[in-house]
Design a binder for this molecule. Structure first.
Ligand code: ATP
Ligand code: MG
Length: 344
């Protein structure tokens, strides 16, 4: 248990999509394979994050179990002894640490989080929960409880990783320089995951906005459970531009750039190389066909693996991991309680 930790989570507030896979799950499974034996891998379902925005609570539990199966379908090797899967709410120390961190996190900091501002702008004032406002502190607790150095997440989470670093550094300065392991800076995180830049997959219908679980945008979103042929149609119908020449430029050609990004990640090549290959070509439909084909192959393979997940093995691993994580998290929480003066 003394290995450095790589950690990520995907909340269970709706069906997972290609952006979740490419931004959060794929780097995690690639890192697990690359660093087997060297790093501890924590991949969890942050179930307490699931209802910061309104959901159907009757479906939540099934979605939590579904997310765990998706991890395995994505390639997470749960037979690996350094890998742990768990549900956040089964490790109650997350909630207590959140409260402690809350008292060292400033109102102004949380108010500046663009995720909060984006989501709040979509809700009526009376429906913006305090949980939505506060969720970056819970996310900081999720990371700091396990001393995770690397946290593979999509680019939309960058600000929250930076906030986690700020809180950890602030508390280390105040109490004890070894209290928290400070997660790596964003550029180091991106380099560790071997990416050219942070990953933010856009809606196929509205390529200036990210693909999201909580936005109803069926034509713009490829769900991991979409029939491959339906996904092909969505890619072929993706919004592009009228410039007529392929060039990777997020500002001027967001739709084309999004397709190049999806292609690069699915064929596991650097974005720069894929962008160079297609640069200057004029047939947008060729690019769409190439992406559609990769998406189709990916979904077929993913869904075959999903159908084959052994639920009994999964639940055994889950319960064993949760038992261990309560111990690890409990020990770290005790040190933090001591540092702030709650324990002798
Ligand atoms: P919501 O809209 O409810 O916030 P979400 O699609 O953003 O849902 P999360 O559960 O918030 O999903 O995020 C899970 C992981 O997926 C995180 O690592 C996040 O950065 C990543 N992620 C989410 N959307 C994208 C995207 N469009 N591109 C790349 N990564 C993404
Ligand atoms: Mg999100």
């Amino acid at each position: 248990m003394n290995k450095p930790v790589i950690l990520t989570g995907l909340r269970a507030n709706g069906e997972l999509h290609l952006g979740n896979y490419l931004g959060g799950m794929l780097p995690m499974v690639q890192l697990q394979a690359k660093y087997a034996g060297e790093y501890q891998v924590n991949m969890f379902v942050p179930d307490l994050h699931s209802f910061t925005t309104p959901i159907d609570h009757g479906k939540l539990y099934l979605q939590i179990v579904q997310n765990l199966k998706l991890f395995v379908a994505a390639g997470l090797d749960i037979s690996n002894d350094d890998t742990y899967i768990y549900r956040q709410s089964y490790v109650p120390m997350h909630s207590e640490l959140t409260w402690i961190l809350d008292c060292f996190t400033y109102f102004g900091e949380l108010s500046r989080m663009t995720e909060f501002k984006d989501k709040a702008s979509r809700l009526g004032h009376e429906s913006i929960s305090v949980g939505l406002y506060n969720y970056p502190a819970l996310m900081a607790a999720d990371i700091l409880l396990y001393a995770a150095k690397y946290v593979p997440v999509g680019d939309d989470q960058r600000q929250h990783i930076e906030l986690t670093r700020d809180i950890a550094l602030r508390m280390n300065n105040k109490f004890n320089k070894d209290l928290f392991v400070v997660p790596a800076e964003w550029t180091e995180q991106v380099a560790f995951a071997e990416r050219d830049a942070g990953v933010r997959i856009k809606s196929l219908r509205n390529p200036t906005k990210k693909m999201s679980k909580s936005i109803d945008d069926p034509a713009g979103t490829i769900l991991l459970t979409d029939a491959p042929e339906a996904a092909v149609k969505k890619i072929m119908g993706a919004e592009t531009d009228s410039l007529g020449v392929i060039h990777y430029d997020i500002e001027a050609q967001p739709g084309i750039s999004n397709l190049l990004q999806i292609l690069a990640l699915l064929i596991n090549e650097p974005l720069s190389r894929v962008a160079d290959t297609w640069d200057g070509k004029t047939a947008y439909s060729d690019l769409k066909k190439a992406v559609a084909n990769e998406v189709k192959v990916f979904l077929h393979d993913f869904q075959t693996k999903l159908a084959a997940v052994n639920e009994a093995d999964l639940l055994r691993k889950l319960e064993a991991s949760e038992f261990l994580m309560r111990d690890v998290a409990g020990q770290r929480l005790y040190k933090i309680q001591q540092a702030v003066g709650l324990r002798p």
